[in-house]
Design a protein around this ligand. Structure first.
Ligand code: FAD
Length: 409
């Protein structure tokens, strides 16, 4: 017999798990979250997109997040070898939020999880899923607690929101290789001390390496005078450099004159971390009595800060289908969850491919682009990648190709 029984069990209390829990509770379902770690815990993914504000609002968590005083964000700035490009998300084609925040994820994720708890979802921290059996009528999960206990948990339905833990993809053998080449990211937090007149704290700054156009840096300022700083490179480029990770990251920053100037007074006070080969794919997003949310499903690439937005969108879509299923309706997870989710994921995929191939960089750094085209591209960068009224969503590949040609000409 199972020690824990719940209508829905969610694996992981990150953004996708917390938002899914809140939305399910609103619809009257019993939900339990099992989370391996104890919060607050570090997570990468600090630059949000305006599209995700709609889900924070829908989940009833906006007042709590607003009260935290995170850094306001209204767009994305780009720099490449002396050239600047900036997008203001308030000037966009799709209606909806045009601003958002840059967040320290340990605090942000803890707030979302606490709000989900207040709304009636128990979260068991230090409880790790180690095995899963979906062969019976109801799924049964094996859980190991960090004080060494083992038990079984049963649910009518399981949502896997375990992020890079990728619990069900691993346990049910759903993983497939990503179509993106392996990339490595080195990152840290710094006391930024930025007084550069050209720098705008309200935007993420993406810098393209002056010599290697597939290498880029992020600078994400927070509201407390600190910033997240990272670089994304090919593994061979990194392996060719010797030294401690911090020295390597500092050396890479020194290779871009603009970024070096912006960070001239920065205090490097935090160890540098590395993540390698984070892009992932799966065979299917749903199966008998389970669905994969957020990063547990698929992770493309960090360049457009789309991770948390996709995670929350997946939670919102999945809850609508699951609610109908739990009320006894016949549902089609593939048609009502997987396919609609992939509309936006595939839009981002087109732009990620075009970024590394160079054509989207030509668009970003184009001089005098038309206001209308800029607004459509701005919408996508703001996360409105599911808005099929936007031709840069519905015909993303063709439109982007033509646009890049115009910009190059
Ligand atoms: P997570 O936030 O990862 O939460 C998953 C939770 O599941 C964790 O708390 C974990 O402890 C728990 N868990 C794992 N295994 C188990 C288990 N066995 N049992 C129980 N619990 C478990 N996204 C952005 O939006 N903006 C960015 O600027 C951005 N930058 C990024 C930069 C890099 C280099 C990378 C690699 C990613 C970046 N992302 C960014 C993506 C972002 O990190 C993720 O998309 C986002 O955190 C996904 O949220 P989630 O809810 O799916 O999972």
């Amino acid at each position: 017999t199972a020690e824990l029984d719940s209508d829905v069990i969610i694996i992981g209390a990150g953004p996708s798990g917390a938002i899914a829990a809140a939305l399910l509770r609103q619809k009257g379902h019993q939900v339990t979250i099992l989370e391996k770690q104890h919060f607050p815990r570090f997570s990468i993914g600090e630059s949000l997109l305006p599209q995700c504000m709609a889900f924070i609002e829908e989940a009833g968590m906006m007042p709590a997040v607003e009260a935290a005083g995170f850094q306001y964000k209204n767009g994305a700035a780009f720099h490449y070898d002396g050239r600047n490009g900036a997008f203001d998300f308030r000037e966009k084609f799709t209606p909806g939020w045009g601003t958002t925040w840059q967040v320290q994820r340990d605090r942000f994720d803890q707030i979302l999880a606490q709000e989900a708890e207040k709304q009636g979802t128990p979260i068991h921290y230090g409880h790790e899923i180690t095995a899963a059996d979906f062969s019976g009528e109801q799924p049964v999960l094996s859980v190991r607690t960090d004080d060494g206990r083992q038990y079984q948990a049963r649910a009518r339905y399981v949502l896997d929101a375990s992020g890079f833990g990728r619990v069900l993809p691993r346990l049910l053998d759903l993983e497939t290789p990503s179509e993106f080449p392996v990339r490595v990211s080195l990152f840290t937090h710094i006391e930024d001390r930025i007084d550069h007149p050209g720098h705008d704290r309200n935007k993420i700054l993406i810098t393209v390496h002056p010599e290697h156009r597939d290498v880029w840096y992020w600078l994400i300022p927070f509201s407390n005078g600190r910033s997240s700083l990272g670089v994304v490179v090919r593994p061979d480029m990194l392996d060719a450099r010797s030294g401690e990770p911090m020295a390597v990251l500092q050396q890479m920053v020194s290779e871009d004159p603009n970024l070096s100037e912006v960070l001239a007074n920065a205090q490097w006070d935090t160890p540098v971390r590395e993540i390698r080969g984070y892009s992932r794919n799966v065979r299917q997003l749903c199966g008998k009595n389970y669905a994969l949310l957020g990063n547990a499903a698929e992770f493309l690439d960090p360049v457009f800060s789309s991770g948390v937005t996709i995670a929350m969108k997946s939670a919102s879509l999945a809850v609508d289908v699951l609610d109908r299923q739990l009320r006894g309706e016949t549902v089609d997870w593939q048609a009502d969850y997987a396919e609609p989710l992939m509309v936006g994921v595939d839009t981002f995929r087109t732009y990620v491919n075009a970024w590394y191939e160079g054509s989207f960089q030509d668009v970003v750094f184009a001089e005098n682009p038309s206001e209308q085209i800029k607004a459509m591209v701005s919408s996508i960068l703001a996360g409105y990648a599911w808005d099929t009224d936007n031709p840069y969503v519905s015909e993303s590949e063709r439109r982007l190709g033509t646009l890049a040609e115009i910009c190059r000409a």
